[in-house]
Write a protein that binds this ligand. Structure first.
Ligand code: HEM
Length: 396
């Protein structure tokens, strides 16, 4: 480690300032220009904005651990951890094996008829209105229905689920609002009191509560409840963000929508390109326990390391002309928006199916999207998504 350079300490660069949250891409470009790793002294985080370097961090789970927290707030002071995302092997391996089978491609494929008919109903309803806020009308209903099909949980309302899913992420951000922790407790209380007792016989929720496919989930303590809660809530806000970002991208770049309508075989690639273009999770974190090195820069032991996923999709060393949406892009699928290695998104096959079904239905029935008011970006420091996206759907 002695021949690696110390990370340069230059002017503070803050990913969480409001203008950087609204349009983070100029800041990401500046970060990448500064080098492979930038230390942000105010929050004491080590930012890794490049595709190759962030991939190296995410793949090296021995040196860059998740067990001390995968978000800005460390998990060290907390009594409860999220059993997959905030664990390391062998604990992570045990839990992932116990929940993996229902996420196998063939199993997820069985949900396709339900997902496609949900897409048809959602798009039909939005078209009947013509002018809609695309967030509640198009982006949020699909994950709401898909997660009910997968888990067997039927929450009190789509909005409650969306708020709980938003809170799970935001409770761990800098300057988190106590309201997010309250919402999180509300979700766990609902799960214990209504959700779990109401689970049908065959569903992911029941499987987890019965100990997982291997029987390896701890029968004592909160592990099963927390495993179910984290999978359930991870799948809502994220996919909703992807769908909202997708509609906005096609409002901005209508030539790409025309191309997709002419070539619906490109829809699966378009989903990858949309994930690259606007990674729903802007960031994920790791911690070092010993001194480590990234791109020739030494990072001390006990450091908080931030893989800036939103920046990796715009890295010109990986993606040519990265600020342009190109649904034909050949290496779109190499994005890191769904993570990689042992923590690769468990729900990726479902998220892809939801997005593919929605875009396929929209390409059939919507000629173009027109903006009818100002889009409002969420102030979430973690999720790149819209709070409001007023559009007119022009029927095909
Ligand atoms: C477009 C939608 C989605 C995006 C962008 C997304 C993104 C991610 C990312 C980046 C990770 C890796 C985190 C890390 O490395 O620390 C991850 C992990 C995870 N995701 Fe997703 N996700 C999405 C949808 C879903 C869905 C639908 C589900 C559930 C059905 C889900 C459940 C999970 C779980 C449980 C993990 C933790 C896996 C582990 O630690 O082994 N996600 N997701």
């Amino acid at each position: 480690m002695s021949n690696v350079a110390a990370a340069p300490r230059r002017d503070a660069i803050d990913l969480y300032r409001p203008e950087a949250l609204r349009d983070p891409y100029p800041l990401y470009a500046e970060l990448r220009a500064r080098g492979p790793v930038t230390h942000e002294p105010e929050r004491d985080i080590w930012l890794v904005p490049g595709h190759a370097e962030a991939a190296a961090v995410l793949r090296d789970h021995r040196r860059f651990v998740s067990g001390d927290g995968a978000t800005y707030e460390s998990a060290l002071g907390r009594t409860e951890r999220y059993p997959l995302i905030e664990t390391d092997p062998p604990e992570h391996t045990r839990i992932r094996r116990a929940v993996q089978p229902p996420f196998a491609r063939a199993e997820i494929e069985q949900l396709r008829p339900g997902i496609e008919s949900a897409a048809a109903a959602i798009v039909g309803q939005a078209l009947a209105h013509g002018e809609v806020d695309a967030v509640p009308a198009l982006a949020q209903p699909m994950p709401d229905r898909a997660m009910a099909m997968l888990t067997g949980l039927t929450p009190p309302s789509c909005q409650a689920l969306v708020d709980w899913s938003d809170a799970v992420v935001r409770a761990q951000e800098p300057a988190a609002d106590p309201r997010h922790t309250e919402l999180l407790l509300e979700a766990l209380t609902w799960l214990g009191a209504d959700g779990i007792p109401g689970l049908p016989a065959h569903c992911l929720g029941r499987l987890i509560m019965d100990g997982g496919s291997t029987g390896g989930l701890d029968p004592e303590g909160p592990e099963r409840l927390m495993t179910l809660a984290s999978i359930w809530l991870a799948g809502v806000d994220s996919t909703g963000a992807l769908l909202g970002n997708a509609i906005d991208a096609f409002v901005e770049q209508p030539d790409q929508w025309e191309l997709l309508r002419a070539r619906p075989d490109l829809v699966p690639n378009a989903v990858e390109e949309l994930l690259r273009f606007e990674a729903p999770f802007r960031v994920f974190y790791r911690r070092t326990r010993d001194e480590a090195e990234v791109g020739g820069v030494a990072i001390p032991a006990g450091a908080t390391v931030c893989a800036v996923l939103g920046s990796t999709g715009r890295d010109p060393r990986q993606f040519a002309d990265p600020d342009r949406l190109d649904v034909t892009r050949e290496n779109a699928r190499t994005h890191l928006a769904l993570g990689t290695s042992i923590h690769l998104c468990l729900g990726a096959p479902l998220a892809r199916m939801e997005a593919t079904s929605m875009l396929t239905e929209l390409t059939r029935r919507v000629q173009r999207f027109e903006r009818t008011g100002d889009a409002v970006r969420s102030p979430s420091g973690t999720m790149r998504k819209f709070d409001a996206l007023p559009v007119r759907l022009v029927a095909a």
